[in-house]
Design a protein around this ligand. Structure first.
Ligand SMILES: [Zn+2]
Length: 232
């Protein structure tokens, strides 16, 4: 997950309160979220769904609220129900949104409040999320939901997502290791090209940027990341 800037103006079609997924809503979400799912940061492509951050069943008044709409892939169907920890509506029924809230990438500083990283071993890959601070329930809830979306069950969604992240991260690691070898050569043009390529692959617009950046920060010395021009 990564912070984004949401366009301050609500798309015009929402004012009619008839549809929450008109073309203007979809286009603006694609632009603001760099065509990625706000949860897993995969390019949404044909799976694009307009997702309600606070579920429309529990918060019908937010069904057409611009700030409550997010672009998602099939992660939309894998969100937690928060049954035991849910907020309740006026009738006392669970709204399926957790008490303590969740991080909103269009409002909160995700990179500061959420630790995200990848653990590679010979036999498995684990995608991990944790609140940076222990007294931040919204970050803890978000970490719990992202953990579930990325790791819970060996479904097609989890396997495909993990494979995509694994190969993307492996490719970036390969590019960085080639760069580190090339930069030793005097005025290497290849080193300069690799640097630009790595900047593109880790840009906030790129797939899995929050996770990949968190991983690189843990793996490499700050001086190398600064040299690569990756500003976190
Ligand atoms: Zn997703």
């Amino acid at each position: 997950m990564i912070s984004v800037h949401r366009h301050p103006e609500s798309p015009a079609s929402l004012a009619k309160k008839k549809s929450y997924n008109g073309q203007d809503v979809r286009d603006q979400l694609q632009e603001d979220f760099f065509s990625k799912c706000y949860l897993c940061e995969r390019e949404v492509g044909a799976e694009f769904q307009v997702e309600h951050f606070r579920p429309k069943s529990g918060y019908p008044e937010l069904k057409f609220e611009w700030s409550n709409l997010f672009p998602a892939c099939s992660c939309n169907q894998r969100r937690l129900r928060w049954t035991e920890q849910s907020e309740v509506d006026q009738q006392g029924n669970p709204t399926h949104f957790p008490r303590g809230g969740m991080l909103d990438p269009a409002q909160d500083n995700i990179e500061a409040r959420l630790d995200q990283w990848i653990e590679f071993s010979a036999t498995s890959t684990k995608i991990s999320f944790m609140a940076t601070r222990s007294d931040d329930p919204a970050a803890a809830n978000t970490a719990k939901e992202l953990e579930s979306i990325h790791n819970s069950g060996e479904t097609g969604h989890v396997k495909n997502l993990r494979n995509d992240i694994q190969s993307y991260a492996a490719y970036i690691l390969d590019r960085i290791s080639v760069y580190l070898a090339e930069r030793e050569k005097p005025s290497s043009r290849k080193a300069r090209e690799l640097k630009l390529q790595i900047q593109g692959l880790t840009h906030r617009k790129a797939a899995f940027a929050g996770l990949i950046r968190g991983y690189l920060v843990r793996k490499f010395d700050k001086s190398i990341l600064e040299e690569l021009g990756i500003v976190f």
